[in-house]
Design a protein around this ligand. Sequence first.
Ligand SMILES: Nc1ncnc2c1ncn2[C@@H]1O[C@H](COP(=O)(O)OP(=O)(O)O)[C@@H](O)[C@H]1O
Ligand SMILES: [Mg+2]
Length: 407
Amino acid sequence: MGTKSASSLLTGSLLTGSLLSGSLLSVYNISKSYPGVQALEDVSIALKPGEVHALVGENGAGKSTLVKIISGAEQPDSGEIRFNDVVYPHLNPHLSRKLGIEVIYQEFNLIPSLSVAENVFFGGREGRTPFVNYEKLISDTNSLFASMNVQIDPSKKVEDVSVAYMQLVEIAKAISKEARFLIMDEPTAPLTISEVDILFSLVRKLKERGVTILYISHRLEEIFTIADRVTVMRDGKIISTDRVADTDRKQLIRHMVGRTLNETFPRRNTQPGELVFEAEHLSGNGVQDINFKVLAGEIVGLGGLVGAGRTELARIIFGADKVDQGVILLNGRPVSIPSPHEGVANGIGMVPEDRKNDGVLLELSIRENAVLPVIRKLSKAGFINRKRERETVGRLVRQLNIKTPIS
Ligand SMILES: Nc1ncnc2c1ncn2[C@@H]1O[C@H](COP(=O)(O)OP(=O)(O)O)[C@@H](O)[C@H]1O
Ligand SMILES: [Mg+2]
């Protein structure tokens, strides 16, 4: 269906040559709105064959929406998409995949109970008999991994490999489908430094094979390592596209936030206040003998590699996991925080790493999620005071500049 409408549109193309010549995929004047939000406004971008093109922008800038339009998951309100010199008013997931467009989402699309090998080739062999030659599957996967220079046991179940390796399995999956255009949405977020190296050498290898990569990341230093060009989005619009060699960190941030770096993070002279938090010989959940203090008004960074225990430490402080030994003092008083509920009652908030699973209830609205920790304060005799709920959420949306039609 998509192909037919594409060919009929081919003759009436609005596309002008100069912007798009030599590009594998380009979108032209794409707009997309959701109720109350203009997610994309007149977005045009052209991606050259074999380039690594970084896409950056603050949360809500429109990056994911653009990805969804390219993958065919969403349809634009207006504009066109051109792939390999064929013009499409919009794509659909089937057509997009047929063109060789593959997306590696932050939430992986793997089946945990199946083996790595089955996942790699899952869906990639449509039309074949359901009776899979398992040995061949394993050896195909092995040779694919060898060409990618990664070591994963193809017979392992996906649920038994680390998040980093799931990422590599996703990429292997895309390669097995002979992707020509690969979109990676923050691929390094769950990776350790050495795994990032593996990923980057893989990206370079794909590039050598002529695969075009759209690379979304918040880590600007990565972009300077791996990307050829970088596009900045803000408020649904394209702000700039530059060769990485022609721009710098400062300029990218200025384009992303619309102000200079100094205005965004002004130097402040603050006097740390009194002692608020203290961990004494804190152990549990895989962390051992942790001691540190936090003063009022301080921002304390907790560094370390994946697996170092940062998340685990945060979870025991919040009450999500058990303290085995040691003590937490709040305002000088030892407290016991056996549950997140007690954590919240003690004035502790937590934004977890895996927001989709641990941070929000996806089936509830933004309004309901926002007040979840204080729902009891807003309720009487089991009934939520809707007026107070609205006021509370409205205040939060304004204060935090949350992009949602709720106000
Ligand atoms: N399915 C949706 N329904 C309503 N609003 C949406 C939807 N998806 C995205 N948005 C809104 O569109 C804007 C762009 O979002 P998004 O593309 O996710 O940005 P980014 O990926 O850059 O963070 C935001 O204001 C977001 O709230
Ligand atoms: Mg996004």
